[in-house]
Design a protein around this ligand. Sequence first.
Ligand code: ZYH
Length: 303
Amino acid sequence: MPEESPPRRTPQNVPYQDLPHLVNADGQYLFCRYWKPSGTPKALVFVSHGAGEHCGRYDDLAQMLLRLDLLVFAHDHVGHGQSEGERMVVSDFQVFVRDVLQHVDLVQKDHPRLPVFLLGHSMGGAIAILTAAERPRHFSGMVLISPLVVASPESATTFKILAARVLNLVMPNMSLGPIDSSVISRNKAEVELYNSDPLICRAGLKVCFGIQLLNAVSRVERALPRLTVPFLLLQGSADRLCDSRGAYQLMGSARSPDKTLKIYEGAYHVLHKELPEVTDSVFQEINAWVSQRMAAAGAGSPP
Ligand code: ZYH
């Protein structure tokens, strides 16, 4: 009799058989989450989390979308949260995009006629943009919260980029230093929660991952003129990680006829976990925008 292989376990040592998961094209196990409405869903939305974090941090946003009768689904990207893969390492940024498309296809098999939306934050926003660009007309809309579109001039000077490319050849695992979470949100309670979340990887960005983020930035830049999906773009004016000039570039270069930008004056990067006046508005804007686009896409009405 062939010997049985031991069950695959999450980095936190939980067997995947006890958790919702999928196996990606490289054979890696990805932890999945589903927020399902009690009745028939009117639309689908995939939530794409950012670098270092995990999809459990989108529970509040997912609950809000669930109340609109959307089926919300997500996974932890490779190298993140409860998914397999070396922490914050990816062989190629396209792996993230490919895995999202696999998950979308999987959920759409059960709901073939429902409109599909994407929601992404920071690096997750770059993943959403590249996913939408790969499938023109497939997605009914996309919500972007401070997406990674340009390399902020502060963190990516020409010299630093060149140094990173050289370092990547000799020391790809060298750390570029952790990000300071206090410049990410003005909400102290949210910074505390971030600092104590055991599923978050707070180690510094590795050189090889920084290179993948730079590759993503240049791929996004090239994809923008092909982008036609309707989108809502939310951006803080004082974001020091994903500069607001990225938002203006997105507005200027995307071909989407239906595009909306809302700037939050003085707000930092994580708008969905910012001061209550910002975060409340972010939730309201997303709620109203998705409701309208769902109605436009004929969500929930008989075919
Ligand atoms: O996706 C990102 C992220 C992380 C690091 C990055 N570095 C770049 O872009 C990044 C994006 C640049 C660097 C220069 C070259 C081009 C790429 N995320 C998700 C965000 C950062 N995190 C921040 C911490 N979080 C969760 C979300 C937080 N912090 C405080 C309170 C609540 N959440």
